[in-house]
Design a protein around this ligand. Structure first.
Ligand code: ADP
Ligand code: ASP
Ligand code: MG
Length: 415
């Protein structure tokens, strides 16, 4: 029999009424002759409340103790969802991450799933019972409870779909699917019928909360079909995340976040003397390569950027805020060969990203012109094969996103 993993996010299980509505969706799917596995997030903002509570008790709670506390949010939801399925005539049984066989490393607060022993869930399914698994958590080899990072119930669901060989993983949320931008930020955003894995990964990594980036990576690695859909409009087919997404023009969706700073490095002044200039260029290249390697070796999350007006003396990087100080220290440490090197971190920036089937210069030019016309200063840009990101002042993030989304030329290209 085919299997389907269904995950409900926090808003979908916010109160008793919504839990009952979600339970009915589970039973409707199960009535279609598939084996259903359910994954739930904590109710509403339960995780935020638990974090705030821990911080009230102690300003810097220990990660191990915090994980034990946070895992209770999803456990409460799983238990209640199991009761609701029972109330509507189904047979269900709830599982913690540990009881579902989800084994992780011991990186408390942001643990990675190492393996899943699916025997308990297989047993449950064999008996015709619906397993309801608490998302966002696992257990170390030593039996310690861990959590998988914010939004980690998506990871639980997609990893379970992979290990249980499910035909698909349905992620039920409070929006109908993946849109051309966050519909809460852009009123004109439109729902997509499908999106490719790689585009979804770029969106998730650059602020689109709808799916957790690690969950998308697992879907890619294990070939899991994912459907993003709404608990409140379950008849809507939602958005399919797959490798055969409908080909559009250039732009698929836009996103924004404030997770990154700008690390600007000044490499001193080259003289106009051609010999010195050659030497400067060669040590610049050498410095760039060794610094990028150093970042990778130390796990610092950075991306090389470009200024709109090229200046050979300045290099810019987009760096995860959590790593900014470390990145600056590494840059200064690796200054060998370059005299007068200095570095500074610029904060208060937002990164607005255009994700597309294939990034190209036409999109880049149009995006830069659009923001310039709207008097929005661009600090620097970064790019990948499917994304073009523009760093703007945080206060201009919303305007920039809307100006780009409403640009007719970009829209025409997206048609
Ligand atoms: P859940 O609690 O169900 O896990 P999340 O809050 O994590 O839900 O994710 C859903 C939210 O993602 C939506 O309410 C929406 O505001 C936001 N979002 C961001 N970008 C997009 C997008 N491109 N398409 C749809 N929703 C998006
Ligand atoms: N409850 C967790 C969080 O709020 C996990 C999740 O919702 O996916 O981050
Ligand atoms: Mg989520």
């Amino acid at each position: 029999m085919e299997r389907l993993v269904i995950k409900f996010g926090g808003t979908s299980v916010m109160d008793a009424e919504r839990i009952n509505k979600a339970a009915q969706i589970v039973l409707e799917q199960s009535a279609e002759g598939v084996q259903v596995v359910v994954v739930v997030s904590a109710m509403g903002h339960a995780t935020d409340h638990l974090i705030a509570l821990a911080q009230d008790v102690c300003s810097k709670p220990n990660a191990r103790e915090l994980d034990l506390l946070l895992a209770t949010g999803e456990q409460a939801a799983a238990s209640l969802m199991t009761m609701a399925i029972g109330r509507h005539g189904g047979r269900a049984q709830c599982y913690t991450g540990a009881a579902a066989g989800i084994v992780t490393d011991d990186n408390f607060g942001d643990a990675h799933i190492r393996r899943i022993d699916p025997r308990s869930l297989e047993n449950c399914l064999r008996q015709g019972v619906i397993p309801v698994v608490a998302g966002f958590q696992g257990v170390t080899e030593e039996g310690e409870i861990t959590t998988l990072g914010r939004g980690g119930s998506d990871t639980t669901a997609i990893a379970l779909a992979a290990f249980l060989h499910a035909k698909r993983c349905d992620i039920y949320s409070d929006v109908k699917g993946v849109y051309t931008a966050d519909p809460r930020l852009v009123a004109e955003a439109r729902q997509l019928s499908s999106i490719s894995y790689v585009e979804m990964l770029e969106l998730a990594r650059h602020g689109a909360q709808i799916l957790n980036p690690r969950s998308v990576q697992i879907a890619i690695d294990r070939g899991v079909q994912v459907r993003v859909r709404s608990t409140f409009s379950p008849e809507d087919p939602g958005t399919l995340v797959t490798d055969h997404a409908k080909q559009r023009g250039h732009f698929t969706s836009m996103t924004c976040d404030t997770k990154r700073d700008c690390l600007a490095v000044s490499l001193g002044m080259p003289t106009s003397d051609s010999h010195h200039l050659r030497r400067f260029r060669s040590s610049r290249l050498h410095w760039k390569n060794s610094t990028v390697k150093l970042f990778a070796a130390t796990g610092v999350d950075v991306e090389l950027g470009n200024l709109l007006k090229h200046d050979p003396r300045i290099m810019v990087f987009g760096v995860d805020k959590k790593h900014a100080d470390k990145a600056k220290a590494l840059v200064l440490q690796a200054s060998n060969g370059i005299r007068n090197l200095s570095a500074h971190v610029e904060t208060d920036l937002a990164c607005v990203s255009i994700v597309s089937g294939e990034n190209n210069s036409a999109i880049e030019v149009e995006a830069i012109l659009t923001l310039t016309r709207s008097n929005i200063p661009i600090t620097f840009v970064t790019r990948s094969s499917h994304r073009f990101s523009l760093f703007v002042p945080t206060s201009k993030m919303h305007d920039a996103l809307n100006a780009l989304h409403n640009n007719r030329v970009l829209l025409a290209k997206a048609a």
